[in-house]
Design a protein around this ligand. Structure first.
Ligand code: SF4
Length: 205
């Protein structure tokens, strides 16, 4: 797990994420990132609501700001891309992490393919939406699979869901391969039962 702590941001107001997006626009990339993260953490009482300490909260929000800034910087190229697209999802967001999950593991990638056993599984919902929009969907056991998936050269654009730290690593891989991407950060991390905003994902796809 990239972070040395767990977090759950689901109780924070949606307005905070809207303001985070606005700040990311203003900041562009690294300029005043730390200052803006501090401002958000204080204004929205992130410590009190989430139980994170101040350093954890600031590092997390610096990553969220950077992801939003990278999304903005990549948006035009991503939208203009008319080729094949891939959606990369984290396996920790599956409803089940044991044999009740009917996903098929493909060791060649290596990734899971969701078989849709549970209609309320986040991975299933995201997979259905993405496939309808023409995406190939991969459920990743870890970030190291990204390079192998993209090495096939099949994809012109990528959408990824992961924690902020992993998304930054993913964006670095995309930058080296000159592939535009968009990212949706996890709102709850951990080794299981992680959570992301499916509406935000649907809007990006
Ligand atoms: S819906 Fe897909 S990812 Fe979710 S538990 Fe079932 S097979 Fe696994």
């Amino acid at each position: 797990m990239p972070y040395g702590f767990t977090f759950d941001l689901r109780d924070l107001p949606r307005s905070m994420f809207q303001e985070l997006l606005r700040l990311a626009y203003d900041l562009k990339l690294h300029r005043r990132m730390s200052h803006a993260a501090r401002y958000l953490v204080k204004k929205f009482k992130v410590q009190e609501i989430t139980g994170l300490n101040i350093l954890e909260a600031i590092s997390l929000f610096e990553d969220l700001l950077e992801i939003q800034a990278l999304n903005i910087l990549n948006q035009d190229r991503f939208t203009a891309s008319s080729g094949r697209k891939a959606l990369l999802l984290p396996h920790c967001a599956r409803k089940y992490m044991d044999s009740r999950c009917r996903a098929v593991f493909d060791p060649s990638t290596p990734t899971y393919k969701c078989m849709g056993c549970s209609s309320d599984c986040l991975i299933n919902r995201a997979t259905v939406i993405a496939r309808e929009k023409g995406y190939d969907v991969y459920v990743l056991p870890g970030g190291s699979c990204i390079s192998r998936i993209l090495a096939s050269g099949r994809y012109d654009a990528v959408v990824g869901v992961a924690c902020g730290a992993e998304l930054k690593l993913g964006y670095e891989i995309l930058r080296k391969m000159n592939i535009p991407g968009q990212a949706v950060p996890l709102l709850k991390n951990g080794c299981a039962e992680t959570y992301f905003d499916i509406e935000e994902l649907e809007r990006l796809l």
